[in-house]
Design a binder for this molecule. Sequence first.
Ligand SMILES: *Cc1c(COP(=O)(O)O)cnc(C)c1O
Ligand code: SF4
Length: 462
Amino acid sequence: MIEPRKMRFFNINTLEKIPQLERLSQEMIFEMKVVGNVLPFRTNNYVTDELIDWDQVPNDPMFQLTFPQRDMLPPELYEQMAAVMQSGADREVIAEEANRIRMALNPHPAGQMTANVPRLDDDVVEGLQHKYRETALVFPSSGQTCHAYCTFCFRWAQFVGIDGLKFATDESMRFQKYLAMHPEITDVLVTGGDPMIMSVKNLKEYLEPLLEPEFDHIKTIRIGTKSVAYWPYRFVTDKDSEEVLALFRRVTEAGKHLSIMGHHSHYVELETEVAAEAIQRIRQTGAQYRCQSPVLRHINDDPDVWARMWQKQVELGAIPYYMFVERDTGAKGYFEIPLWRALEIYKKAIQQVSGLARTVRGPSMSALPGKVQVDGVTEINGEMVYVLSFLQGRNPDWVKRPFFAKFDPEATWLNHLRPAFGEEHFFFEEELHLILENGNKYGWEKLQSSPRQFRPEELLRN
Ligand SMILES: *Cc1c(COP(=O)(O)O)cnc(C)c1O
Ligand code: SF4
Protein backbone atom coordinates (compact mmCIF):
# COMPACT_ATOMS: atom_id res chain seq x y z
CA MET A 1 0.00 0.00 0.00
CA ILE A 2 1.49 3.31 -1.09
CA GLU A 3 0.58 6.28 1.06
CA PRO A 4 -0.33 9.52 -0.73
CA ARG A 5 2.27 12.25 -0.36
CA LYS A 6 1.50 15.95 -0.25
CA MET A 7 3.74 17.77 -2.67
CA ARG A 8 5.96 20.49 -1.35
CA PHE A 9 8.18 22.49 -3.69
CA PHE A 10 11.39 24.18 -2.63
CA ASN A 11 12.94 27.06 -4.56
CA ILE A 12 15.86 29.39 -4.00
CA ASN A 13 13.86 31.51 -1.50
CA THR A 14 12.63 28.52 0.50
CA LEU A 15 15.88 26.55 0.26
CA GLU A 16 16.47 26.75 3.99
CA LYS A 17 13.13 25.14 4.77
CA ILE A 18 14.56 21.81 3.60
CA PRO A 19 15.18 20.02 6.91
CA GLN A 20 18.19 18.03 5.68
CA LEU A 21 20.04 21.26 4.88
CA GLU A 22 20.90 21.56 8.56
CA ARG A 23 23.69 19.11 7.80
CA LEU A 24 25.35 21.48 5.35
CA SER A 25 27.74 24.34 6.07
CA GLN A 26 26.67 27.98 5.74
CA GLU A 27 29.32 28.38 3.08
CA MET A 28 27.80 25.66 0.96
CA ILE A 29 24.33 27.12 1.35
CA PHE A 30 25.60 30.52 0.23
CA GLU A 31 27.21 28.93 -2.82
CA MET A 32 23.92 27.26 -3.70
CA LYS A 33 22.15 30.61 -3.44
CA VAL A 34 24.67 32.33 -5.70
CA VAL A 35 24.27 29.71 -8.40
CA GLY A 36 20.53 29.32 -7.76
CA ASN A 37 20.03 33.01 -8.49
CA VAL A 38 21.32 32.47 -12.02
CA LEU A 39 20.28 28.95 -12.93
CA PRO A 40 16.79 27.73 -12.07
CA PHE A 41 16.37 25.77 -8.86
CA ARG A 42 13.38 23.74 -7.78
CA THR A 43 13.13 20.48 -5.92
CA ASN A 44 10.42 18.74 -3.90
CA ASN A 45 9.96 16.64 -0.78
CA TYR A 46 9.95 13.29 -2.64
CA VAL A 47 13.36 14.06 -4.14
CA THR A 48 14.80 15.29 -0.83
CA ASP A 49 13.26 12.54 1.34
CA GLU A 50 13.40 9.48 -0.92
CA LEU A 51 15.97 9.95 -3.67
CA ILE A 52 18.87 11.84 -2.13
CA ASP A 53 21.15 9.91 0.19
CA TRP A 54 22.20 12.77 2.47
CA ASP A 55 25.13 10.76 3.84
CA GLN A 56 26.67 10.97 0.38
CA VAL A 57 26.10 14.72 -0.15
CA PRO A 58 27.60 16.60 -1.97
CA ASN A 59 28.56 13.67 -4.22
CA ASP A 60 25.15 12.04 -4.20
CA PRO A 61 23.94 11.89 -7.83
CA MET A 62 20.37 12.99 -7.04
CA PHE A 63 21.73 15.94 -5.07
CA GLN A 64 23.94 16.87 -8.01
CA LEU A 65 20.97 16.50 -10.30
CA THR A 66 18.71 19.01 -8.56
CA PHE A 67 20.82 21.25 -6.29
CA PRO A 68 22.99 24.10 -7.56
CA GLN A 69 26.73 23.63 -7.07
CA ARG A 70 29.38 26.31 -7.05
CA ASP A 71 31.29 24.93 -10.03
CA MET A 72 28.21 24.99 -12.23
CA LEU A 73 29.10 28.60 -13.04
CA PRO A 74 32.45 29.53 -14.58
CA PRO A 75 34.58 30.97 -11.73
CA GLU A 76 34.57 34.57 -12.97
CA LEU A 77 30.78 34.58 -13.34
CA TYR A 78 30.39 32.97 -9.94
CA GLU A 79 32.58 35.67 -8.36
CA GLN A 80 30.61 38.44 -10.05
CA MET A 81 27.31 37.13 -8.75
CA ALA A 82 28.70 36.44 -5.27
CA ALA A 83 30.09 39.97 -5.08
CA VAL A 84 26.74 41.54 -5.99
CA MET A 85 24.98 39.44 -3.36
CA GLN A 86 27.55 40.20 -0.66
CA SER A 87 27.32 43.92 -1.39
CA GLY A 88 23.78 43.86 -0.03
CA ALA A 89 22.33 44.92 -3.37
CA ASP A 90 18.56 44.93 -3.66
CA ARG A 91 16.54 42.34 -5.55
CA GLU A 92 16.39 44.34 -8.75
CA VAL A 93 20.14 44.70 -9.02
CA ILE A 94 20.63 41.01 -8.27
CA ALA A 95 18.08 40.10 -10.94
CA GLU A 96 19.79 42.34 -13.49
CA GLU A 97 23.16 40.79 -12.76
CA ALA A 98 21.62 37.32 -13.01
CA ASN A 99 20.20 38.11 -16.44
CA ARG A 100 23.52 39.46 -17.64
CA ILE A 101 25.25 36.25 -16.57
CA ARG A 102 22.55 34.07 -18.11
CA MET A 103 23.17 35.59 -21.51
CA ALA A 104 26.76 34.42 -21.32
CA LEU A 105 25.57 30.82 -20.89
CA ASN A 106 24.14 30.12 -24.38
CA PRO A 107 20.49 30.07 -23.37
CA HIS A 108 19.25 28.59 -26.65
CA PRO A 109 21.50 25.97 -28.18
CA ALA A 110 21.37 24.25 -31.58
CA GLY A 111 19.40 26.96 -33.37
CA GLN A 112 16.30 26.11 -31.36
CA MET A 113 14.89 29.62 -31.50
CA THR A 114 15.24 30.20 -35.20
CA ALA A 115 15.77 26.97 -37.01
CA ASN A 116 12.83 24.74 -36.11
CA VAL A 117 9.92 27.16 -36.02
CA PRO A 118 7.22 26.15 -38.48
CA ARG A 119 4.91 28.55 -40.27
CA LEU A 120 1.33 28.52 -41.39
CA ASP A 121 0.20 31.11 -43.95
CA ASP A 122 3.59 32.76 -43.33
CA ASP A 123 2.93 33.25 -39.62
CA VAL A 124 4.93 31.51 -36.94
CA VAL A 125 3.08 28.64 -35.25
CA GLU A 126 3.63 29.18 -31.55
CA GLY A 127 4.81 26.29 -29.41
CA LEU A 128 5.62 23.88 -32.21
CA GLN A 129 8.93 22.58 -33.54
CA HIS A 130 9.19 20.61 -36.71
CA LYS A 131 12.73 19.56 -37.37
CA TYR A 132 12.44 15.97 -38.62
CA ARG A 133 9.87 15.05 -41.23
CA GLU A 134 7.86 12.51 -39.21
CA THR A 135 7.84 14.19 -35.84
CA ALA A 136 6.49 17.45 -34.48
CA LEU A 137 7.19 18.67 -30.96
CA VAL A 138 4.42 20.43 -29.05
CA PHE A 139 5.26 22.66 -26.06
CA PRO A 140 1.98 23.18 -24.13
CA SER A 141 1.84 26.62 -22.51
CA SER A 142 0.82 25.18 -19.15
CA GLY A 143 3.46 22.45 -19.21
CA GLN A 144 6.59 24.57 -19.24
CA THR A 145 7.74 23.76 -15.74
CA CYS A 146 8.71 20.53 -13.93
CA HIS A 147 8.29 18.76 -10.58
CA ALA A 148 11.95 19.55 -9.93
CA TYR A 149 14.58 21.15 -12.16
CA CYS A 150 17.60 19.29 -13.44
CA THR A 151 20.72 21.34 -12.95
CA PHE A 152 21.96 20.49 -16.45
CA CYS A 153 18.72 21.23 -18.28
CA PHE A 154 19.12 22.79 -21.72
CA ARG A 155 15.65 24.29 -21.34
CA TRP A 156 16.69 26.24 -18.27
CA ALA A 157 16.23 29.60 -20.02
CA GLN A 158 12.47 29.23 -20.07
CA PHE A 159 12.30 28.39 -16.37
CA VAL A 160 14.01 31.65 -15.42
CA GLY A 161 11.68 33.54 -17.74
CA ILE A 162 14.23 35.35 -19.87
CA ASP A 163 12.00 37.53 -22.03
CA GLY A 164 11.48 36.12 -25.48
CA LEU A 165 12.94 32.75 -24.68
CA LYS A 166 9.67 31.10 -23.75
CA PHE A 167 8.61 28.52 -26.22
CA ALA A 168 4.97 27.55 -25.87
CA THR A 169 1.63 27.21 -27.57
CA ASP A 170 -0.69 30.23 -27.53
CA GLU A 171 -4.43 30.35 -26.97
CA SER A 172 -5.24 29.97 -30.66
CA MET A 173 -3.88 26.41 -30.59
CA ARG A 174 -2.94 26.97 -34.24
CA PHE A 175 -0.45 24.14 -33.96
CA GLN A 176 -3.41 21.80 -34.39
CA LYS A 177 -4.18 23.29 -37.77
CA TYR A 178 -0.54 22.87 -38.76
CA LEU A 179 -0.58 19.23 -37.69
CA ALA A 180 -3.80 18.62 -39.61
CA MET A 181 -2.25 20.12 -42.75
CA HIS A 182 0.95 18.06 -42.59
CA PRO A 183 0.22 14.44 -43.42
CA GLU A 184 3.94 13.59 -43.27
CA ILE A 185 3.78 13.99 -39.49
CA THR A 186 3.15 10.57 -37.94
CA ASP A 187 4.49 11.32 -34.48
CA VAL A 188 3.56 14.07 -32.07
CA LEU A 189 5.84 14.53 -29.12
CA VAL A 190 4.32 16.54 -26.29
CA THR A 191 7.16 18.02 -24.32
CA GLY A 192 8.14 20.94 -22.08
CA GLY A 193 9.22 21.46 -19.37
CA ASP A 194 7.18 18.51 -18.27
CA PRO A 195 3.67 18.02 -19.70
CA MET A 196 2.77 15.83 -16.73
CA ILE A 197 2.87 18.93 -14.52
CA MET A 198 -0.41 19.88 -16.23
CA SER A 199 -3.81 19.19 -14.74
CA VAL A 200 -5.68 16.37 -16.41
CA LYS A 201 -8.04 19.02 -17.82
CA ASN A 202 -5.18 20.76 -19.63
CA LEU A 203 -3.64 17.51 -20.74
CA LYS A 204 -6.96 16.49 -22.31
CA GLU A 205 -7.01 19.67 -24.37
CA TYR A 206 -3.80 18.56 -26.02
CA LEU A 207 -4.44 14.85 -26.41
CA GLU A 208 -8.14 14.43 -27.14
CA PRO A 209 -8.32 16.51 -30.34
CA LEU A 210 -5.60 14.27 -31.82
CA LEU A 211 -8.03 11.35 -31.69
CA GLU A 212 -10.32 13.05 -34.25
CA PRO A 213 -10.36 11.81 -37.87
CA GLU A 214 -8.48 14.85 -39.23
CA PHE A 215 -5.44 13.54 -37.35
CA ASP A 216 -5.59 9.99 -38.66
CA HIS A 217 -2.07 10.41 -40.05
CA ILE A 218 -0.78 10.80 -36.50
CA LYS A 219 -0.06 7.27 -35.38
CA THR A 220 2.03 7.87 -32.31
CA ILE A 221 1.76 10.26 -29.42
CA ARG A 222 4.69 10.60 -27.10
CA ILE A 223 4.81 12.46 -23.83
CA GLY A 224 8.26 13.43 -22.61
CA THR A 225 8.32 13.49 -18.83
CA LYS A 226 10.48 13.18 -15.75
CA SER A 227 7.47 12.81 -13.48
CA VAL A 228 8.10 9.13 -12.72
CA ALA A 229 11.55 10.16 -11.49
CA TYR A 230 10.56 13.32 -9.61
CA TRP A 231 6.91 12.76 -8.66
CA PRO A 232 5.62 9.22 -9.39
CA TYR A 233 2.53 9.94 -7.27
CA ARG A 234 1.22 11.66 -10.39
CA PHE A 235 0.17 8.20 -11.55
CA VAL A 236 -0.52 6.58 -8.20
CA THR A 237 -2.11 8.62 -5.42
CA ASP A 238 -2.55 12.21 -6.67
CA LYS A 239 -6.14 13.40 -6.79
CA ASP A 240 -6.52 13.05 -10.55
CA SER A 241 -4.13 10.14 -11.16
CA GLU A 242 -6.97 7.77 -12.08
CA GLU A 243 -8.25 10.32 -14.58
CA VAL A 244 -4.79 10.65 -16.12
CA LEU A 245 -4.61 6.90 -16.58
CA ALA A 246 -8.13 6.83 -18.05
CA LEU A 247 -7.03 9.47 -20.56
CA PHE A 248 -4.03 7.35 -21.55
CA ARG A 249 -6.33 4.39 -22.02
CA ARG A 250 -8.64 6.43 -24.22
CA VAL A 251 -5.67 7.28 -26.45
CA THR A 252 -4.52 3.68 -26.82
CA GLU A 253 -8.07 2.41 -27.30
CA ALA A 254 -8.48 4.92 -30.11
CA GLY A 255 -5.74 2.93 -31.85
CA LYS A 256 -2.85 5.32 -31.30
CA HIS A 257 0.50 4.20 -30.02
CA LEU A 258 1.08 6.10 -26.80
CA SER A 259 4.63 6.19 -25.53
CA ILE A 260 5.56 7.83 -22.27
CA MET A 261 9.15 8.92 -22.71
CA GLY A 262 10.52 8.73 -19.19
CA HIS A 263 13.60 10.74 -18.41
CA HIS A 264 15.80 8.70 -16.08
CA SER A 265 19.28 9.78 -15.14
CA HIS A 266 20.07 7.18 -12.50
CA TYR A 267 18.78 3.82 -11.29
CA VAL A 268 17.93 5.40 -7.93
CA GLU A 269 14.93 7.00 -9.65
CA LEU A 270 13.55 3.58 -10.56
CA GLU A 271 14.18 1.71 -7.33
CA THR A 272 11.44 3.15 -5.12
CA GLU A 273 8.21 1.23 -4.75
CA VAL A 274 6.13 4.14 -5.94
CA ALA A 275 8.16 4.58 -9.16
CA ALA A 276 7.71 0.91 -10.04
CA GLU A 277 4.00 1.23 -9.31
CA ALA A 278 3.74 4.31 -11.55
CA ILE A 279 5.33 2.48 -14.49
CA GLN A 280 3.13 -0.53 -13.98
CA ARG A 281 0.00 1.61 -13.98
CA ILE A 282 1.10 3.47 -17.10
CA ARG A 283 1.71 0.19 -18.90
CA GLN A 284 -1.67 -1.16 -17.83
CA THR A 285 -3.29 1.56 -19.95
CA GLY A 286 -1.72 0.05 -23.06
CA ALA A 287 0.95 2.75 -23.21
CA GLN A 288 4.63 1.92 -23.55
CA TYR A 289 7.23 3.34 -21.22
CA ARG A 290 10.54 4.26 -22.88
CA CYS A 291 13.54 5.73 -21.10
CA GLN A 292 16.17 8.27 -22.07
CA SER A 293 18.73 10.58 -20.48
CA PRO A 294 21.95 12.41 -21.17
CA VAL A 295 25.22 11.09 -19.82
CA LEU A 296 26.54 13.55 -17.26
CA ARG A 297 29.67 13.96 -15.21
CA HIS A 298 28.91 13.93 -11.44
CA ILE A 299 25.63 12.06 -12.06
CA ASN A 300 25.93 9.00 -14.28
CA ASP A 301 29.36 8.97 -15.99
CA ASP A 302 29.84 5.35 -15.01
CA PRO A 303 28.96 2.32 -17.16
CA ASP A 304 27.79 0.35 -14.12
CA VAL A 305 25.16 2.99 -13.35
CA TRP A 306 23.77 2.69 -16.89
CA ALA A 307 23.90 -1.10 -16.99
CA ARG A 308 22.02 -1.35 -13.69
CA MET A 309 19.54 1.28 -14.85
CA TRP A 310 18.82 -0.42 -18.20
CA GLN A 311 18.50 -3.78 -16.48
CA LYS A 312 16.01 -2.29 -14.04
CA GLN A 313 14.08 -0.71 -16.91
CA VAL A 314 13.71 -4.06 -18.64
CA GLU A 315 12.56 -5.66 -15.37
CA LEU A 316 9.89 -2.97 -15.06
CA GLY A 317 8.69 -3.60 -18.58
CA ALA A 318 10.18 -0.33 -19.83
CA ILE A 319 12.24 0.10 -23.00
CA PRO A 320 15.69 1.73 -22.90
CA TYR A 321 15.67 4.24 -25.78
CA TYR A 322 18.32 6.98 -25.96
CA MET A 323 21.56 7.97 -24.27
CA PHE A 324 22.23 11.62 -25.09
CA VAL A 325 25.31 13.78 -24.97
CA GLU A 326 24.78 16.92 -22.87
CA ARG A 327 23.95 20.03 -24.89
CA ASP A 328 26.03 23.12 -25.17
CA THR A 329 24.27 25.42 -22.70
CA GLY A 330 23.94 26.49 -19.06
CA ALA A 331 26.21 24.55 -16.74
CA LYS A 332 27.61 22.39 -19.52
CA GLY A 333 31.20 22.88 -18.37
CA TYR A 334 30.31 21.10 -15.15
CA PHE A 335 28.63 18.11 -16.72
CA GLU A 336 30.38 17.57 -20.01
CA ILE A 337 32.59 14.64 -20.85
CA PRO A 338 34.62 14.08 -24.03
CA LEU A 339 32.82 12.21 -26.78
CA TRP A 340 35.21 9.27 -26.57
CA ARG A 341 34.38 8.92 -22.88
CA ALA A 342 30.63 8.97 -23.55
CA LEU A 343 31.17 6.24 -26.11
CA GLU A 344 33.25 4.25 -23.64
CA ILE A 345 30.48 4.44 -21.03
CA TYR A 346 27.88 3.36 -23.58
CA LYS A 347 30.01 0.45 -24.78
CA LYS A 348 30.97 -0.82 -21.35
CA ALA A 349 27.36 -0.58 -20.19
CA ILE A 350 25.84 -2.27 -23.23
CA GLN A 351 28.35 -5.11 -22.95
CA GLN A 352 26.93 -5.95 -19.53
CA VAL A 353 23.29 -6.35 -20.51
CA SER A 354 21.35 -8.77 -22.66
CA GLY A 355 19.87 -7.96 -26.03
CA LEU A 356 16.60 -6.82 -24.49
CA ALA A 357 18.34 -3.80 -22.97
CA ARG A 358 20.35 -3.08 -26.11
CA THR A 359 17.44 -1.18 -27.62
CA VAL A 360 19.13 1.96 -26.34
CA ARG A 361 20.97 4.05 -28.93
CA GLY A 362 23.72 6.54 -28.36
CA PRO A 363 25.66 8.40 -27.38
CA SER A 364 23.68 10.85 -29.47
CA MET A 365 24.05 14.60 -29.95
CA SER A 366 20.89 16.57 -30.81
CA ALA A 367 22.76 19.10 -32.89
CA LEU A 368 21.80 21.64 -35.55
CA PRO A 369 21.87 19.21 -38.51
CA GLY A 370 20.27 16.31 -36.64
CA LYS A 371 20.79 13.59 -34.08
CA VAL A 372 24.35 12.42 -34.55
CA GLN A 373 25.44 9.17 -32.95
CA VAL A 374 29.02 8.40 -32.01
CA ASP A 375 29.46 4.90 -33.41
CA GLY A 376 33.10 4.33 -32.65
CA VAL A 377 36.72 5.39 -32.57
CA THR A 378 39.04 3.61 -34.95
CA GLU A 379 42.15 3.96 -37.05
CA ILE A 380 41.85 4.20 -40.83
CA ASN A 381 44.99 4.55 -43.00
CA GLY A 382 46.99 5.58 -39.96
CA GLU A 383 44.56 8.30 -38.92
CA MET A 384 42.56 8.12 -35.67
CA VAL A 385 38.94 8.94 -36.44
CA TYR A 386 35.50 9.16 -34.94
CA VAL A 387 32.91 7.13 -36.83
CA LEU A 388 29.61 9.01 -36.74
CA SER A 389 26.16 8.67 -38.25
CA PHE A 390 22.79 10.41 -38.22
CA LEU A 391 19.95 8.84 -36.25
CA GLN A 392 17.80 11.73 -37.47
CA GLY A 393 18.61 14.40 -40.03
CA ARG A 394 17.02 17.59 -41.30
CA ASN A 395 17.25 15.70 -44.55
CA PRO A 396 16.13 12.10 -43.92
CA ASP A 397 18.60 10.92 -46.58
CA TRP A 398 21.48 11.63 -44.22
CA VAL A 399 20.42 8.88 -41.82
CA LYS A 400 22.64 5.79 -41.44
CA ARG A 401 25.40 7.10 -43.71
CA PRO A 402 28.66 6.73 -41.79
CA PHE A 403 30.97 9.75 -41.79
CA PHE A 404 34.33 10.41 -40.24
CA ALA A 405 35.85 13.12 -38.08
CA LYS A 406 39.42 13.58 -36.93
CA PHE A 407 39.78 12.12 -33.48
CA ASP A 408 40.01 14.93 -30.95
CA PRO A 409 40.32 13.82 -27.34
CA GLU A 410 38.95 17.15 -26.08
CA ALA A 411 35.88 17.35 -28.30
CA THR A 412 32.58 17.30 -26.41
CA TRP A 413 30.18 18.30 -29.20
CA LEU A 414 29.74 18.00 -32.94
CA ASN A 415 30.92 21.54 -33.67
CA HIS A 416 34.32 20.73 -32.15
CA LEU A 417 34.91 18.07 -34.78
CA ARG A 418 36.58 18.49 -38.18
CA PRO A 419 36.30 16.08 -41.11
CA ALA A 420 38.92 13.33 -41.33
CA PHE A 421 41.15 12.47 -44.31
CA GLY A 422 41.94 16.11 -45.10
CA GLU A 423 38.43 16.88 -46.31
CA GLU A 424 37.16 20.39 -45.89
CA HIS A 425 33.51 19.77 -45.10
CA PHE A 426 31.27 17.07 -43.75
CA PHE A 427 29.01 15.64 -46.44
CA PHE A 428 25.89 17.35 -45.07
CA GLU A 429 27.23 20.85 -44.49
CA GLU A 430 26.38 22.46 -47.80
CA GLU A 431 22.87 21.10 -47.80
CA LEU A 432 22.42 22.13 -44.18
CA HIS A 433 23.14 25.74 -45.13
CA LEU A 434 20.65 25.51 -47.97
CA ILE A 435 18.01 24.08 -45.67
CA LEU A 436 18.60 26.71 -43.01
CA GLU A 437 18.36 29.52 -45.56
CA ASN A 438 15.56 28.32 -47.77
CA GLY A 439 13.52 25.82 -45.84
CA ASN A 440 13.46 22.15 -46.40
CA LYS A 441 12.69 20.62 -49.73
CA TYR A 442 9.92 18.74 -47.99
CA GLY A 443 8.37 22.08 -47.23
CA TRP A 444 8.08 21.76 -43.49
CA GLU A 445 10.33 24.68 -42.73
CA LYS A 446 10.41 28.24 -43.96
CA LEU A 447 13.00 29.86 -41.86
CA GLN A 448 14.24 33.07 -43.31
CA SER A 449 13.75 36.36 -41.45
CA SER A 450 12.07 34.60 -38.57
CA PRO A 451 10.63 37.20 -36.16
CA ARG A 452 11.90 34.97 -33.38
CA GLN A 453 15.45 35.88 -34.28
CA PHE A 454 17.41 35.84 -31.06
CA ARG A 455 18.35 39.41 -30.05
CA PRO A 456 20.50 39.64 -26.94
CA GLU A 457 19.83 43.35 -26.29
CA GLU A 458 16.12 42.69 -26.21
CA LEU A 459 16.57 39.77 -23.85
CA LEU A 460 18.54 41.82 -21.38
CA ARG A 461 15.71 44.29 -20.84
CA ASN A 462 14.31 42.61 -17.79
C1 LIG B 1 14.87 13.45 -30.84
C2 LIG B 1 13.96 14.34 -31.55
C3 LIG B 1 12.84 13.84 -32.18
C4 LIG B 1 12.46 12.37 -32.13
O1 LIG B 1 13.38 11.58 -32.79
P1 LIG B 1 13.22 9.99 -32.74
O2 LIG B 1 14.48 9.46 -33.31
O3 LIG B 1 12.01 9.67 -33.53
O4 LIG B 1 13.06 9.65 -31.31
C5 LIG B 1 12.04 14.73 -32.87
N1 LIG B 1 12.31 16.06 -32.95
C6 LIG B 1 13.40 16.58 -32.35
C7 LIG B 1 13.67 18.03 -32.47
C8 LIG B 1 14.26 15.75 -31.63
O5 LIG B 1 15.34 16.27 -31.04
S1 SF4 C 1 12.66 17.38 -16.21
FE1 SF4 C 1 13.36 17.73 -18.32
S2 SF4 C 1 12.67 19.79 -18.85
FE2 SF4 C 1 12.50 19.57 -16.63
S3 SF4 C 1 14.43 20.36 -15.81
FE3 SF4 C 1 14.72 18.15 -16.10
S4 SF4 C 1 15.59 17.92 -18.16
FE4 SF4 C 1 14.70 19.97 -18.00
